[in-house]
Design a protein around this ligand. Structure first.
Ligand code: PLP
Length: 421
């Protein structure tokens, strides 16, 4: 069963100071999980997790992960700026973008980040743009076809816009070598939110075999292989969670079978996880403010899809705990809705929950990654606050809630909005 990392009493106290809706993150959970990731890959000299900033772009979170040894994975100018400001430098930053504007490559190069090229045509852009190639370059691979594990289709890279074909990437390494690049990496992200211990090991096998082929065809030994993100979490309570230690061991076996005999035992393994690092350790907390009985039973809350888009966008399941009613029977059925003028603004559909009352606090689980980050301002709704539950039990505001003044601030019009600014 999924358990909230805050109690009703804690939330009542927090809400006196920071009204709902808000996001709250669990520092202890984040740190313990990050340590398990490092333990899982401790067999690999030089392993590094580059946290995907897009999942939870908050400096307080990034600094915690930095203390645990992580770097950052960025794909935009502001993500690079945030990483820089948090003290990440040089190869602690990976820049994995696509459809990339010139100035973002320039900033990445200025910070000394590892640049991961998404497309073959990007190779020709680097010299004119940066003067010369950085000593270290990474290329992103897309094998096409379907990504399968034991005949089960996990995802379909052939329809994904990312990466280079096999022929392109081999040609790419030849060009880079000829241009004087000294250190080479390879990157691939072939399936998302995988809830199986086999994803990384299967991906690793495919990439390790290609690394051997690259050695033969291009005469280069890769320095690192970046398995990127895609390690999932069990959003539903009956799903079996990934065992990161088993995943690390699976990659280790593939490493010993394929890379070591090929003389590639110095390859460093990188990961770029977002969801696995943060999702379970963040929650959206919202209050029941309205009931409606028509053809269905609706419970309206003070958060809406702008605060958490995944259910509306993907039909994603997020488990809900009614704080203080953890031991009551789930004998009522509700659609839990927000207030947008969009009928997909529902955090849950036909969800069985304990009987709800006005003022109940709902803890929406597993929203620590791709939650707050995917927010928007539709219907003039504002971004919520983000809070950090420290290891000592205290609560720190790590992003204040947006105000109407913030919302109007970017408008460039005479004095129309002046009375609200
Ligand atoms: C989104 C993304 C990630 C993180 O993905 P998760 O599913 O959150 O692990 C890593 N690398 C790249 C390039 C991404 O775009």
């Amino acid at each position: 069963m999924k358990k909230a990392f805050v109690t009703l009493d804690q939330v009542k106290k927090i809400a006196e100071k920071y009204p709902t809706p808000f996001y709250i993150y669990d520092e202890k959970g984040i740190r313990e999980n990050a340590r398990r990731v490092y333990q899982a890959f401790s067999w690999n000299k030089g392993f590094k997790e580059y946290f995907a900033v897009k999942a939870t772009p908050n400096p307080s979170i990034l600094k915690i992960l930095k203390e645990e040894g992580c770097g950052t994975d960025c794909s935009s100018e502001t993500e690079l700026m945030m990483s820089d400001a948090c003290g990440f430098s040089g190869h602690e930053i990976m820049f994995s973008s696509n459809d990339t504007p010139d100035k973002e490559y320039q900033l990445a190069a200025k910070l000394g980040a590892i640049i991961n090229l998404d497309d073959f045509t990007d190779i020709a852009r680097i010299e004119p743009l940066l003067g010369s190639f950085p000593e270290t370059m990474c290329l992103r691979y897309n094998p096409g076809g379907y990504f399968k594990i034991a005949n089960t289709i996990m995802d379909n890279p052939q329809d994904a816009k990312y990466g280079m074909t096999t022929d392109q990437i081999i040609e790419g390494y030849k060009i880079l070598k000829q241009k004087g690049v000294k250190h080479f990496g390879m990157h691939a992200f072939l399936a998302s939110n995988t809830v199986t211990n086999e994803y990384y090991p299967e991906l690793a096998k495919e990439l390790f075999e290609l690394a051997v082929e690259i050695k033969i065809q291009c005469g280069i030994s890769l320095d690192f292989i970046n398995l990127s993100g895609g390690v999932g979490i069990p959003y539903k309570p009956d799903q079996e969670p990934n065992d990161i230690l088993a995943i690390g061991e699976g990659v280790h076996r593939a490493f010993d079978e394929i890379l070591v005999p090929a003389g590639l035992s110095d390859v460093r393994i990188f990961t770029e996880m977002g969801r696995f690092m943060l999702a379970p350790y963040g929650a959206l907390v919202t209050k029941v403010i309205h009931f409606k009985h028509i053809y269905k039973e609706y419970a309206g809350v003070d958060a809406c899809a702008v605060n958490l888009m995944r259910p509306a966008m993907y039909g994603a399941y997020h488990h809900i705990t009614v704080l203080g009613k953890e031991d009551e029977p789930n004998d009522h059925t509700y659609d839990v809705t927000g207030s947008l003028c969009e009928n997909n603004d529902k955090f849950a559909i036909d969800r069985t929950l304990p009987e709800l009352a006005l003022g109940d606090y709902l803890f929406i689980h597993d929203t620590g990654a791709h939650g707050f980050a995917m927010g928007y301002n539709y219907n003039g709704k504002l971004w919520s606050a983000e809070l950090l539950l420290r290891e000592d039990g205290s609560v720190k505001l790590i992003r204040r809630a947006e105000t109407p003044k913030d919302y109007f601030a970017t408008l460039d019009i005479d004095d129309t909005m002046k009375k609200y600014l």
